[in-house]
Design a protein around this ligand. Structure first.
Ligand SMILES: [Fe+2]
Length: 477
C-alpha cells in the first residue's frame, strides 16, 4: 500500500516532525534573552579581535616580586613564540640596546573572537627596588615600553588599590573607577581584584567582556602588579555539573604556583614589601567541601609561617554578607577561625554588589576591636547594585548601596591606612589599623560624616536588586 504524504512528509513521520517542531517552539520561548553586557552590539564587528599587535598586557603577582615579574599578553594565532624584552629603565630612549630577550609559554584559546594566542613570560634575576622597562612581541610588531619597579627586599611602605566586582558594562562603567583610582594613587604598586571581573553569562560573548576589562584598565594593568581572585562568574557551569574555572582565566593570568595542587592559579600568595597577599577560591570552596577544607589547611600553613608585618586575604564570597538574602556559613566555619588564630589584618571581598565594612560583624559588635582578627570589607566597582540587608545598618561600621567604589590602602610600619572612595574620588569610608609594639591592634575609625548611600533607582529596583548593571549599555538608553 502506498504511504500517504502531506507536504512531502510521509504520514508515519508526521508525529516525529510535530514533536521536533514543538520542542523547537518551547526552546524558543524559554531561551533567555541575552542581556547585552558590553558596548559591542550584536551584529557589529568586535573591536576585540586578536591581531598582530600585542594587547591585554597585564603584570601578575609572583612568589618573589623583588626579583621576578610575570607579564601576560595576547596576539592572534600566527604568533607561536612568547617573546619579551626587558632592561633597566633610563631616561635614554635607547632601551633596546641593553635589553635582554626572554621567551616564555604560549597557549591557544579559541574564544568567541576567534583563535588567539596567550603568552606568558616571567622575568627572573631582577634587582630589588629597581625600575625596569619591558615590551612584548606581536607578529612582527612590538608593544610600547612599559615601566615597573620591583619590590624592595624588606618591609617598606607601599600602597595598593582594591576593587570589588567590575563584572557588568565594564568598559562603560568600570573604566572611570579604575582611572580615578590610578589618579588618586598613581604610585600604588599592587592592584587587588576580588573576583567577578567579568559577567560571562552562559550565552554572553565572554571575549568581548574580557576585551572590555583590559580596555578599561589599559596601561595601568601593565605597570602595577595584579592580584586577582576568581569569582562565581569566572567559573562557568557546564551542562548541570559544578562550575569550573573558565579557560580565559589561565589564558589571561599566570599567578604564583604556590597554592594547593587542584587550585593552582586561583589560590596563591605573594609577599610584597612586608605584606603577605593571599588569594583564595571561595567558589570552589562553597561548591566542594573537600576544597573548602583543603584551602583552610593550606592557609594554616601559609599563615603559620609568615614573617611579614601585615597580612591581607582576598576571595570573592563574603564571610559576612552585606546584601539581602545572602549568606556563606561554610566560610565562617572553616576559614574564619584560621583568620582569627593567625591575626589576619584585612579581608577584601566582593560578590554582594554593595559596600560593607566591619569587625566582629557576626555579633553586631563592630568597632569593638578585640586585639586580633581581621577587618572585613565588601565592595563593588562596577554598576550592578544590590540592596543592603536591613540589619547591616547596625551590624557594620559603614555600609552603602548604589555607589561605585575603589579602595586605597597604605601599608605603613605601624598602621594600615584604608580609604574607600567613590567613582568621583569622594571619600566614602576610612579607618586605620594601628599596631602597637606588643602586637596589639586597634581600629581608628575615620569614616566621613556623610550620609549612607542608598538606592536611587526609581524604576528598575526589584527585591534585592537596585540596578541590573548590564542594561546600562543598551544603545537606546
Ligand atoms: Fe559574584
Amino acid at each position: 500500500m502506498k504511504t500517504p504524504i502531506f507536504m512531502g512528509i510521509p504520514q508515519h513521520r508526521m508525529l516525529t516532525v510535530f514533536v521536533v517542531i514543538a520542542m523547537l517552539a518551547v526552546a524558543l520561548v524559554t531561551t533567555p534573552v541575552v542581556a547585552q553586557n558590553t558596548l559591542v552590539p550584536a551584529g557589529e564587528t568586535s573591536p576585540y579581535l586578536a591581531t598582530a599587535f600585542p594587547d591585554r598586557i597585564v603584570l601578575t603577582a609572583t612568589a618573589d616580586p623583588a626579583r621576578a615579574q610575570t607579564v601576560n599578553w595576547r596576539t592572534r594565532g600566527s604568533v607561536d613564540q612568547a617573546y619579551a624584552q626587558i632592561t633597566r629603565a633610563t631616561g635614554s630612549p635607547g632601551l633596546h640596546l641593553n635589553a635582554k630577550n626572554i621567551s616564555g609559554e604560549t597557549r591557544p584559546l579559541d574564544a568567541h573572537n576567534g583563535l588567539a594566542h596567550h603568552h606568558h613570560v616571567t622575568f627572573t634575576g631582577l634587582e630589588p627596588d629597581t625600575l625596569y622597562a619591558y615590551r612584548v612581541r606581536g607578529d612582527n610588531t612590538w608593544s610600547e615600553w612599559f615601566q615597573f619597579r620591583t619590590a624592595k627586599d624588606d618591609f617598606s611602605p607601599h600602597a595598593a588599590i582594591y576593587f570589588g566586582d567590575a563584572q557588568n558594562a565594564v568598559k562603560s562603567h568600570f573604566s572611570r573607577v579604575i582611572r580615578e583610582a590610578y589618579s588618586t594613587a598613581p604610585r600604588a604598586q599592587v592592584m587587588v581584584h576580588a573576583g567577578d571581573l567579568v559577567n560571562a553569562g552562559a550565552e554572553d560573548n565572554h571575549d568581548d567582556e574580557w576585551g572590555e576589562w583590559f580596555d578599561a584598565g589599559s596601561f595601568i594593568n601593565s605597570m602595577l602588579v595584579n592580584v586577582a581572585v576568581a569569582g562565581n562568574h569566572e567559573h562557568i557551569r557546564e551542562q548541570n555539573g559544578p562550575r569550573i574555572l573558565m579557560p580565559q582565566w589561565p589564558a589571561h593570568f599566570r599567578f604564583p604556583a604556590n597554592g594547593p595542587a587542584p587550585l593552582q592559579n586561583t589560590v596563591y600568595y605573594m609577599d610584597y614589601q612586608g605584606v603577605r597577599y593571599i588569594g583564595l577560591d571561595s567558589q570552589q570552596a562553597l561548591q566542594d567541601e573537600a576544597l573548602l577544607r583543603l584551602q583552610a589547611e593550606w592557609l594554616r600553613g601559609v599563615l603559620g609561617n609568615n614573617p611579614n608585618r601585615w597580612t591581607v586575604v582576598s576571595y570573592h564570597h563574603p564571610m559576612f554578607s552585606v546584601s539581602l538574602g545572602r549568606d556563606n556559613p561554610p566560610l565562617r566555619e572553616h576559614w574564619q577561625p584560621v583568620f582569627d588564630e593567625f591575626n589576619v589584618d584585612l579581608v577584601l571581598q566582593g560578590h554582594d554588589h554593595t559596600y560593607g565594612r566591619g569587625e566582629n560583624v557576626a555579633t553586631g559588635a563592630s568597632g569593638q576591636m578585640s586585639g586580633s582578627g581581621p577587618m572585613y570589607v565588601v565592595s563593588v566597582s562596577g554598576p550592578k547594585m544590590y540592596m543592603l540587608a536591613e540589619h547591616n545598618h547596625d551590624a557594620m561600621d559603614r555600609v552603602g548601596e548604589d555607589v561605585q567604589l575603589f579602595q586605597v590602602m597604605e601599608f605603613l610600619e605601624d598602621r594600615i591606612v584604608y580609604q574607600a572612595r567613590t567613582a568621583t574620588g569622594e571619600l566614602y569610608d576610612a579607618f586605620d589599623i594601628e599596631r602597637a609594639d606588643d602586637g596589639s591592634k586597634r581600629i581608628i575609625d575615620r569614616r566621613p560624616d556623610t550620609p549612607v548611600s542608598l538606592c536611587s533607582n526609581p524604576e528598575e529596583r526589584t527585591g534585592s536588586s537596585c540596578w541590573g548593571g548590564g542594561s546600562f549599555v543598551r544603545p537606546d538608553l
